[in-house]
Every structure is written in C-alpha cells, then in structure tokens.
Design a protein around this ligand. Structure first.
Ligand SMILES: NC(=O)C1=CN([C@@H]2O[C@H](COP(=O)(O)OP(=O)(O)OC[C@H]3O[C@@H](n4cnc5c(N)ncnc54)[C@H](OP(=O)(O)O)[C@@H]3O)[C@@H](O)[C@H]2O)C=CC1
Ligand SMILES: Cc1cn([C@H]2C[C@H](O)[C@@H](COP(=O)(O)OP(=O)(O)O[C@H]3O[C@@H](C)C(=O)[C@@H](O)[C@H]3O)O2)c(=O)[nH]c1=O
Length: 286
C-alpha cells in the first residue's frame, strides 16, 4: 500500500514517521515542499501516476498565524488551493484523503465545547483559509477524513512547548496569556489516530474533531511545561490585550470529540499525560 504524505517533513509529518516506524507500518512516502508542492498540479499528477496511492495524508499547510494576516494570498494558495488540488487528484485516482484542519476555524467566543455541526466563523486569515480548504475538499470528494485539531506540539519542528523551553532558559521571567483556553495536542497522538484510521480501513468518512483531553490556558500550559522540565523561570499571567499580536485568536477554543470516539473508536490521552511524555523525550535529546 502506498500512502503519500504531503508536508512530510513538517511537525506532524515527522510524528507520522515516528509512529509508523514504531508500529512497523510500511508504505508511507514523506514528501517535502519541493518533492510534493501541493500548489503544483503537474507535479501532483505525476506523483499520483507514479505511486497510485491508496491514501494521501495532507499535513502541508501555511501555519504562520500572525504572518498570514499580511500574506493572505499565499496563505489561501496553500491552505485552500493546495487542499483543492489534492482532492481533485484523489478523485481521479480513487484515493482516500486524510486532511488536517484547525480549531481556529471557530470564532471561539462561547464557553462551550464545539462539535462538527457547529458553525465555523474564523476570526483570522489562517483560520479562514483553512476553513476554505475544508469546504473545497467536501465539495470535491466523498472519500475524505478531515481532522480538526488544536495547539499541536511535539519534539519536532517549531511549537509552543519548544518556544517556552527556549525562552525559559534565556529569561528570568515570562508573560503568557491566561484568558485564551483550549486543548493542547501532542502531534504524536494525532499521528497515531491518523494511522489507526488507515489500518482500521474505516469508511466512516467526514469531518472530525481531535485534540488531547482536557482544557487549559496558554499560561497554565506554560506552567506545566516548566514544572515538568524543572525550569525555575517565573511565569506571569497576561490578558490578551497585554500581549498584542497581529492575528486575533479564539478566546474559548475547545472541541467536542464525541464523534471521533464513537464513530472511529479512537481513544484520546489527557493533555498533561502526553505533555509529560514529550518533555521526557525532549530532555533525553538535550
Ligand atoms: N501547529 C499547530 O499548532 C496546529 C496545526 N494544525 C494543522 O495541522 C497540520 C500540520 O501542522 P504542522 O505539522 O504543525 O505544521 P508545520 O508548519 O510544521 O508543517 C507544515 C509543512 O507544510 C509545508 N508546506 C508549506 N507549503 C507547502 C506546499 N506548497 N507544498 C507542500 N508542503 C508545503 C511546510 O514547509 P516549510 O516549513 O518549508 O514552509 C511544512 O513542512 C496543518 O494542516 C495545520 O494547519 C492544526 C491545529 C494546530
Ligand atoms: C511566545 C508567547 C506566546 N504567547 C501567546 C500568544 C498566543 O496567544 C499563544 C500561542 O502562541 P503561538 O504563536 O505559539 O501559537 P499559535 O500560532 O497561535 O498556535 C496556533 O497555531 C495554529 C497553526 C493552530 O492551528 C492553532 O490550533 C494553534 O496551535 O501564546 C504568550 O502569551 N507569551 C509568549 O511568550
């Protein structure tokens, strides 16, 4: 079985490799931005013809949330048109598409865990272009799983955990936002979920929410990171207005995961347990 992984050297792509290697799942082909540029339709055509993939996992995305506010066209090209291009190629080759989206498709102004039926109303360019990508896929193919996830981190690439660990070493005190809450997700857990969907050969296609269990704020997340890594840095809670950013972020960004648990039988770890695993891996590396 051939499985093409676009964005194969990004954070989630590297987590997929880690989990697939551990579980001895073969056939995954990890493509970087040059080998598998999702905005290049001629390249996609030749890759699909060469590999005739049964599955495609689209981890490729424009993920710079603040920069996206100034790079609307590029963000849309990758997050919408790229997703559209992959979906078209999937239809032509009868390939099942597993696509990744985000909690940032929601406005996040209601203190309620949102399910897949809730209306998505993004408040930043990244969220909007990711929603456009989801919608394009749903219009083009029936054979897709779109997994919305949130606050991804891991031992790979750039993410909040690695940023905090770096800043914690450089500074005596840090300010972190306390009035934005959500669910951190260990990208290795998400990779495990994606591979379970493939190995189970499920045909329960559609839109799903997946994050780790539990809810926290960026401030509490940072505190947990420093506690688990024995870093003595002082963390000061900040309100969103005290930490201005180019993009507006959702205030309450929690997703209801009932559907993925009941329809696909996925078990989900608690965010703090997964964070402890990631911190252990990172400390063994350093
Ligand atoms: N990171 C997070 O906190 C969250 C991420 N997500 C979603 O999860 C998915 C995986 O994210 P993550 O692994 O963290 O993101 P990364 O930014 O680590 O990886 C994305 C990869 O896509 C590559 N890429 C960019 N443009 C193209 C292109 N035109 N063709 C092919 N590849 C391209 C990037 O390459 P390069 O770096 O060279 O530009 C990068 O390697 C994305 O869909 C993202 O939207 C959802 C919720 C949270
Ligand atoms: C570095 C830093 C960030 N923050 C805040 C800013 C922001 O509100 C929050 C997280 O900042 P980051 O820029 O690391 O994360 P951000 O890019 O906002 O993370 C998002 O990325 C995209 C791709 C997603 O899809 C989302 O689910 C989410 O994970 O923490 C502080 O308060 N203090 C700090 O020192």
């Amino acid at each position: 079985m051939n499985i093409l992984v676009f964005g194969g050297v990004g954070q989630l792509g590297q987590c997929l490799k880690k989990v697939a290697d551990t579980r001895k799942i073969e056939g995954l082909i990890y493509l970087d931005e040059v080998q598998g540029n999702i905005v290049d339709t001629a390249l996609l055509k030749s890759l699909f013809e060469q590999y005739q993939p049964q599955y495609v996992i689209n981890c490729a995305a424009y993920t710079a949330v603040d920069k996206a506010e100034d790079e609307v066209d590029l963000s849309r090209l990758i997050n919408k048109t790229g997703a559209e291009n992959i979906a078209n190629a999937c239809v032509e080759h009868n390939t099942i598409l597993i696509h990744i989206s985000t909690d940032f498709v929601f406005e996040g102004n209601v203190p309620k865990a949102l399910n897949e039926e809730d209306v998505a109303e993004p408040i930043n360019v990244y969220g909007l272009t990711k929603l456009e990508g989801e919608q394009a896929i749903a219009q083009i193919t029936n054979q897709y799983f779109t997994l919305r996830t949130s606050w991804l981190y891991s031992e790979f690439a750039n993410n909040f955990v690695k940023t905090m660990l770096r800043l914690g070493k450089e500074r005596d005190e840090l300010g972190v936002i306390i009035d934005q809450v959500g669910s951190p997700t260990y990208a290795v857990d998400l990779a495990g979920c994606i591979l379970e969907i493939i190995t189970s050969k499920s045909d329960a296609y559609g839109l799903y929410h997946y994050s780790n269990e539990g809810v926290t704020s960026w401030y509490d997340f940072a505190k947990a990171i420093f506690e688990l890594s024995n870093c003595p840095v002082k963390v000061k809670p900040l309100k969103t207005i005290e930490y201005p950013t180019k993009a507006t972020r959702p205030t309450y960004s929690v997703m209801d995961k009932s559907k993925i648990k009941s329809s696909l039988g996925i078990e989900i770890p608690y965010w703090r347990d997964s964070l402890a695993i990631c911190i252990k891996v990172l400390s063994a590396k350093s």
